[in-house]
Design a protein around this ligand. Structure first.
Ligand code: UDX
Ligand code: UDX
Length: 468
């Protein structure tokens, strides 16, 4: 495996694509582009050298089903990972930027708007070292009109170089990233309505045309593209908050959230997807992007619109806290010194990612109540440890769910891992404290069967099945 691209014969490739930021978005997207477009040279760089090394090995820095196979199919042929950022900027024709844009934690807009410091620093690095015209592709999710600021920074040079900024937001979901990239519902490319803008747009369309049907490649003006990414995530999160808010009502009325979601989703205008009640949505995008949208609305004086979207986040927080309250109440209003096994810590199944996972809030609240929390997860234990570092309290990590449940008073299902559906709950029951409880924060288990084994079962948005 080549560590640097010095020895690569760049002449045999049609274009030289660079991606800055080898995270979930950049890493997965570039692997698929390289695999589908052997005529392009694809280099991925990152400031984190450890991460670069892992991309060069079979121990990738992220867990994503199918990713390693795609990486292996192109790595060393037209896909390379490197820490040599400047050298690769100089050689690139097209630069995708997918550095992180977290919520800003300080100053104006703190807690809401995106922190653009990495983006701007990257733009300045590009400006400093470039010696030829380049297309800069915004892959990171950015506030609407960021492209304009970036173009001003980039084109403030006296080298006679032109940079054209294009927006190409990523819609992949973790856990299904490879399929989302290989068979996308749509690819969105936003560009300026100038001749240079339209030329740049065509170059990016040309990349995706290698495997995406042309009618699924949408082109738009650059501001629509930037905003569409925020709006798509806001709509998705809104559906989850909508169904979660109704789950609270179901628990009061003996309606069943599964039946309601099924009946409502059968209306083709509403659709069946994304109607699973849960402990709340997590992930690096939903909350960040909604708060970003809220901040933009506020800054344009649209306070009603801002408040409307902010409620999507507050219902999510309500849902997380409701889950902990249900546990506390069912366990006779005290969980101090009780052992509670959290089944799952990732923000969703099939990923090791724990960013903004509802499990973080749930763990903290349980520890505040002095419970002993045992965390198990098939892929996210390493990240869970990092997330919870420095927390006071009785915290344990267990790779094996059966071990996690030994002597536990309760199990709380936080992530919808398939594996949790088929565990031997009869055996788990025998090793738990009595009376044993299961709180199914994802409604994935067979509640009736668990009840018959002897568990007191608390699903979400359904009547509990209790022996007490
Ligand atoms: C993140 C956000 O979640 C997403 O919303 C945004 O649109 C893009 O950034 P993701 O790929 O999941 O997407 O982030 P992350 O896994 O943190 O990857 C970002 C990478 O950029 C990291 O590997 C980081 O080391 C790298 N980086 C950051 C740089 O290479 N240079 C920098 O200056 C800053
Ligand atoms: C999301 C968007 O789906 C994707 O298009 C965008 O590019 C990035 O953000 P991701 O965060 O990876 O992707 O996962 P997603 O499948 O959207 O799930 C987000 C959260 O919502 C998870 O915590 C998930 O468990 C939760 N969820 C999802 C529910 O609680 N109920 C549902 O019905 C669906």
């Amino acid at each position: 495996m080549k560590r640097s691209n010095e020895r690569i014969n760049t002449k045999k490739f049609k274009k030289h694509i660079l991606c800055i930021g080898a995270g979930y978005v950049g890493g997965a997207t570039m692997a698929v582009i390289a695999a589908r477009c052997p005529q392009y040279l694809v280099i991925v760089v990152d400031i984190n050298q450890e991460k670069v090394k892992r991309w060069q090995s079979d121990n990738l820095p992220i867990y994503e089903p199918g990713l390693l196979d795609v990486v292996k199919s192109a790595r060393g042929k037209n896909l390379f990972y490197s820490a040599a950022i400047e050298e690769n900027i100089r050689k690139a024709d097209i630069i995708f930027v997918s550095v992180n844009t977290p919520t800003k934690l300080f100053g104006e807009g703190a807690g809401k708007t995106a922190d653009l410091q990495y983006w701007e620093k990257t733009a300045r690095d590009i400006l400093r070292v470039s010696e030829s015209d380049k297309i800069i592709v915004e892959k990171s999710t950015l506030p609407v009109r960021t492209a304009s600021a970036m173009e001003r920074i980039l084109n403030s040079n006296d080298k006679g170089i032109h940079f054209e900024v294009v927006s190409n937001p990523e819609f992949l979901a973790e856990g299904s990233a490879i399929n989302d990239l290989e068979n996308p519902d749509r690819v969105l490319i936003g560009a300026q309505q100038t001749e240079e803008g339209q030329n740049a747009c065509r170059e990016i369309v040309e990349i995706y045309e290698n495997w995406v049907p042309r009618e699924r490649i949408i082109t738009s003006n650059i501001w629509s593209s930037e905003l569409s990414k925020l709006v798509a995530n806001a709509f998705l999160a809104q559906r989850i908050s909508s169904i979660n808010s109704i789950s609270a009502l179901c628990e009061k009325t003996e309606a069943d959230i599964g039946e309601v979601a099924h009946a409502v989703g059968k209306d083709s205008r509403i659709g069946e997807k994304f109607l699973n009640a849960s402990v709340g949505f997590g992930g690096s995008c939903f909350k960040k992007d909604i708060l970003n949208l809220v901040y933009i609305c506020e800054s344009y004086g649209l306070s009603e619109v801002a408040e409307y979207w902010e409620r999507v986040v507050s219902i999510n927080e309500y849902q997380e806290s409701r889950f902990v309250q249900t546990i506390n109440k069912a366990l006779f209003n005290t969980i101090a010194n009780k052992r509670i096994a959290l089944f799952g810590f990732a923000f969703k199944a099939n990923t090791g990612d724990t960013r903004e996972s509802p499990a973080i809030y749930i763990t903290k609240k349980l520890l505040e109540e002095r419970a002993c929390v045992v965390i198990t997860d098939p892929k996210a234990i390493e990240n869970a440890r990092l997330e919870l570092e420095g927390l006071d309290g009785n915290l344990e990590f267990q790779a094996d769910p059966y071990q996690a449940a030994v002597n536990a008073h309760a199990i709380a299902v936080v992530t919808e891992w398939e594996a949790y559906k088929t565990l031997d709950y009869q055996s788990i029951f025998q090793h738990m404290e009595k009376p044993p409880f299961i709180f199914d924060g994802r409604n994935i288990l067979d509640h009736r069967k668990l009840f018959e084994i002897g568990f007191n079962v608390y699903p979400l948005g359904k009547h509990p099945l209790s022996h007490l």
